[in-house]
Design a protein around this ligand. Structure first.
Ligand SMILES: [Zn+2]
Ligand SMILES: [Zn+2]
Length: 438
């Protein structure tokens, strides 16, 4: 049975709100001050605590904090109801642990609907709280597109100089792919959009090379106490995920340690190659890149997104020198199989974001570095039947003109292959809306 405890020193308010919920079959307790309210909460463990701010014997902020400090109330929902609409109070209430802040008087129908929503069973995976309306469909937005190191300056203003960071919104969730320097701007945008509302974010890391994690210490939502930020990735070749992420924030590299951050940060090492965030299905695939590095494929109701920020396609046989060609037919077969497996993983993907750092000439000098040649990436994308390809992980030495030339070259390759694939270079600020399925 749903249950709520109403803590408010106004008896009329307690009766009014209590009656609305009792009519829906809820069990209701009430208290006229904070101290008694806390005692009753400990005794009855209500699903929701509805709490006034200004009350005798323990104010509402104190009640929120006391509940949040007690692990028994980890899944208890807290709603603050107050006659005061000050922004500072609202902020302080969220910081104290409230999830909703309602200014009296409020619409009782809306209130009742909110209570039903909050009383629903908690999501199975922490950090998967739904914040967004699901009406916006699914989309992808680029915040950092560069590889290796951030390259600000006049020659990169068009495509952008920040390193790997992509935002995905689908089914009411925010999923962030990589935490390169582009993460900083994304953090500012999220703070602006959601103000003090608590955020639950999921950051999926492809790997922990600098260009994929350096934005993390500068991500504003990490500094808001009510946010829950879940960082997912795989154990590295030499060190666990937590160690790698905390070491970049240790003195003398950074003044604030990972453990000192005010938000709730959970770092989770993935073990399986398939998992869910909320009810979003995600698969991973080990990329061809030094150390442990993965690509992800995210399924949304409007289509799929594959993210391979760092990857050297394994199928580059046509450029292999004669010496290597004769080296081993078994190796050739192996490379072909690897290539087929990767094409299978990204088969018919709607949006493919893939490392295309080098042109064919540059690639000859960088073979085995773990990055893609645009020719190979186009071939792979066409073979796999991808609908849209975004060249990604732009070389720090490539200016805007060079990247535009690479896009044109990529399009001509696709046209020559008779493929309808759309090709663009990933560009900071570019948003790609996934089209609803017919
Ligand atoms: Zn990289
Ligand atoms: Zn890398």
């Amino acid at each position: 049975m749903n249950s709520a405890l109403i803590i408010d020193d106004d008896p009329d308010f307690r009766a009014l709100v209590g009656d609305v919920l009792r009519a829906k079959g809820w069990q209701i307790w009430d208290a006229d001050n904070g101290e008694t309210g806390l005692e009753m909460a400990r005794e009855h463990r209500p699903r929701i605590v509805i709490c006034d701010l200004l009350m005798p014997r323990s104010n509402g902020f104190h009640v929120c904090r006391a509940l949040r400090d007690d692990p028994h109330f980890a899944s208890t929902r807290i709603v603050v109801t107050t006659a005061r609409g000050y922004d500072a109070d609202r902020k302080a209430a969220y910081e104290a642990g409230a999830e909703e802040y309602l200014t009296k008087p409020f619409d009782l129908k809306q209130f009742s609907a909110l209570m039903e929503k909050l009383s629903a069973p908690a999501a199975a995976i922490p950090g998967s709280t739904t914040f967004l309306s699901r009406d916006g469909g699914s989309w992808v937005k680029f915040w950092g597109v560069r590889g290796s190191i951030a390259t600000p300056g006049p020659s990169t203003v068009h495509y952008g100089g920040n390193t790997s960071c992509v935002e995905v919104r689908t089914k009411g969730q925010i999923i962030i792919l990589d935490a390169g320097t582009g993460l900083r701007q994304l953090g500012r945008a999220l703070t602006q959009e959601f103000k003090e509302r608590p955020l639950a974010l999921n950051i999926l890391l492809s790997h922990t090379h600098w260009d994929h994690i350096q934005g993390l210490p500068f991500f504003q939502p990490l500094y808001q106490p009510n946010n829950r930020i879940r960082i997912l990735g795989y154990e590295g070749a030499r060190s666990g995920l937590f160690n790698v992420l905390s070491s970049q924030m240790e003195s003398p590299h950074f003044p604030v340690g990972l453990k000192e951050l005010p938000s709730n940060v959970e770092i989770e090492e993935l073990r399986d190659m398939e998992f869910t965030v909320g009810d979003i299905h995600i698969e991973s695939y080990f990329a061809n890149h030094p150390g442990i590095c993965v690509g992800y494929r995210i399924s949304t109701p409007e289509g799929s997104i594959a993210f391979f920020p760092d990857n050297e396609p394994p199928h580059r046989l046509k450029h292999t020198s004669r010496k290597i060609e004769s080296f081993d037919t078994a190796r050739t077969a192996f490379v072909k199989t690897e290539s087929r497996k990767l094409a299978e993983f990204i088969k018919n993907v709607d949006v493919l974001i893939m490392d295309s750092q080098y042109d064919a000439q540059e690639y000859e000098r960088h073979r085995g570095w773990g990055h893609g040649c645009v020719d190979d990436v186009v071939q792979l994308a066409v073979e796999a039947g991808a609908r849209r390809l975004h060249l990604f992980h732009h070389d720090p030495d490539h200016d805007d003109a060079k990247i535009t030339a690479m896009v044109e070259h990529a399009r001509s390759l696709a046209a020559a292959a008779g493929s309808p694939i759309q090709i663009e270079a990933a560009q900071e600020g570019m948003k790609v809306q996934l089209a609803p399925k017919a």
